[in-house]
Design a binder for this molecule. Structure first.
Ligand SMILES: C[S@@+](CC[C@H](N)C(=O)[O-])C[C@H]1O[C@@H](n2cnc3c(N)ncnc32)[C@H](O)[C@@H]1O
Length: 208
């Protein structure tokens, strides 16, 4: 399937600007609609990424950053697996307001297309699930994720297959490997939203 065809599968994929995307989430986040749709669509991103992550770490005390946490589906999955320390960040206040109380130790409103106000080498792990997609967060954010992750730490993410080349993720991932910024541990096509025939690349990289 061509990248263009995937852009027709889900309404939000048509949006181009951050403002349009945030307005869309203002509606989608109401009355638990986003979470209900994710159940109906059998969205497996959070489960697949955390399942991949736990192959590489059994320390449940490490500090994790969930970039683009939305309503907290990744946090819920991290908690289910026994992780205790995770922070969430997202640009949608509507979605941040719908995160279950006390799930994350810290929640911030952050535009991930800008520099992140976090110290260098701060987190053990960065997760970014469902957020590298049409009109959302661009590949430059990977530089910031590497900066805020400790050396030897992990970055685990999905990239919607429909934007992988068009948004330059293919080139960015290759450049980061060639410049020894990170080392590939996993990179494969995951189910993601198989019910809608939309898959995503799932990557797990070790920061060098
Ligand atoms: C498909 S949702 C995924 C949410 C969550 N990680 C999950 O798996 O359910 C994409 C998220 O990206 C967030 N997002 C979009 N553009 C953003 C930006 N520029 N900065 C921060 N978050 C952004 C949206 O608000 C939304 O929560």
């Amino acid at each position: 399937m061509s990248q263009k065809d995937i852009g027709n599968k889900i309404p939000i994929y048509k949006l181009k600007t951050t403002d349009e995307v945030m307005k869309y989430y203002d509606e989608w986040g109401k009355k638990d609609k986003y979470n209900k749709d994710m159940v109906d669509w059998n969205y497996t991103g959070p489960k697949e990424t955390v399942k991949t992550l736990i192959k590489y770490t059994d320390n449940k005390d490490i500090l994790i950053f969930d970039a683009g946490c939305g309503t907290g589906l990744v946090g819920t999955e991290l908690k289910r697996h026994g992780f205790k320390n995770f922070h969430g960040a997202d640009l949608s206040q509507t979605l941040l307001d719908s995160v279950p109380e006390n799930l994350y130790q810290k929640l911030d409103k952050v535009d991930l297309n800008q520099s992140i106000k976090t110290k260098d080498n701060y987190y053990d792990i960065v997760m970014c699930v469902g957020t590298f997609t049409f009109g959302h967060v661009k590949s430059l954010a990977l530089d910031e994720f590497i900066r805020i992750t400790k050396k030897g730490g992990l970055i685990c993410f999905t990239i919607n297959e429909g934007i992988f080349e068009d948004y330059g993720f293919d080139k960015k991932i290759k450049d980061l490997k060639e410049n020894n910024k990170w080392q590939e541990l996993e990179f494969f096509k995951s189910d993601y939203i198989a019910s809608k025939n939309v898959n995503a690349w799932l990557g797990l990289f070790k920061v060098q």
